[in-house]
Design a protein around this ligand. Structure first.
Ligand code: ADP
Ligand code: ZN
Length: 223
């Protein structure tokens, strides 16, 4: 099964992606994670995208398409994948359709998660990310008690840079940048969703409620 998950930042794509990859046995491909790993490892890719990502802008279509094409051609994804964070523009959507037609594959479901802007800002401001396992936790209401260990993998320090804490707030999870990313989503990414809808089944999913409630809505459309 091949799945694309889309939605504004903070809508719960990461959390739901893990649930779907577990239940469907497909490989999670998160372009945001790939880029952040590039930044942390100091690769050329990382140096190119750092400023753009920190500002909440989009990395160039050419670079992203090359990255995804390369990832989709690897062996581990041949039995199914879940793309998270791509496509993010009309051009990328078009490029993805072309890539898949070329290798005789299709997308079984495009999931578009929705939530109101206010809810998203509230969620993202409380979000922390783990440098070790890339998991994301929501600390809304816990700001005073910064946990020292990742609740998912137990890491205390960044494995690449001992002494640096594993848990951090992403530079693009600040209010101004969040609002900008929401604008970018509305203007540039929604057209990508509607382009995919011309070719593949698309499901709009209500992203409000507990992760379990949202997960149940997704499970019911994936069958
Ligand atoms: P989100 O919090 O919105 O889920 P991601 O982790 O998916 O964010 O991506 C973080 C940032 O990485 C984006 O704001 C953007 O700068 C960059 N990025 C990721 N995927 C793409 C893409 N397909 N095209 C352009 N930029 C991308
Ligand atoms: Zn962790």
């Amino acid at each position: 099964m091949n799945i694309v998950i889309m939605g504004p930042p903070g809508v719960g794509k990461g959390t739901q992606s893990h649930a779907v990859t577990d239940s469907k046995g497909v490989v999670h491909i998160s372009t945001g994670d790939i880029l952040r790993m590039g930044i942390r490892s100091g690769s050329e890719l990382g140096r190119k995208v750092y400023d753009i990502m920190t500002a909440g802008d989009l990395v160039s279509d050419d670079l992203m398409m090359e990255l995804v094409k390369d990832r989709l051609s690897q062996d581990d994804v041949k039995d199914g994948w879940l793309l998270d964070g791509f496509p993010r523009t009309y051009v990328q959507a078009d490029g993805l359709i072309g890539m898949l037609d070329e290798i005789g594959q299709k997308i079984d479901a495009v999931l578009v998660l929705q939530a109101p802007a206010e809810e998203i800002v509230r969620r993202l401001e409380g979000r922390i990310t783990c440098r070790s396992c890339n998991e994301v936790a929501n600390l809304t209401g816990f700001a005073a008690v910064q946990p020292r260990f990742c609740p998912f993998c137990g890491a205390k320090e960044d494995p690449k840079r001992p002494g640096k804490p594993a848990l951090y707030q992403r530079a693009d999870d600040k209010e101004d940048t969040i609002r900008h990313r929401l604008e970018v989503f509305r203007k540039r990414t929604l057209p990508a969703a509607w382009r995919l809808e011309e070719r593949y089944p698309l499901y709009e999913i209500d992203g409000l409620g507990t992760p379990e409630e949202v997960g149940a809505r997704i499970a019911s459309v994936l069958g």
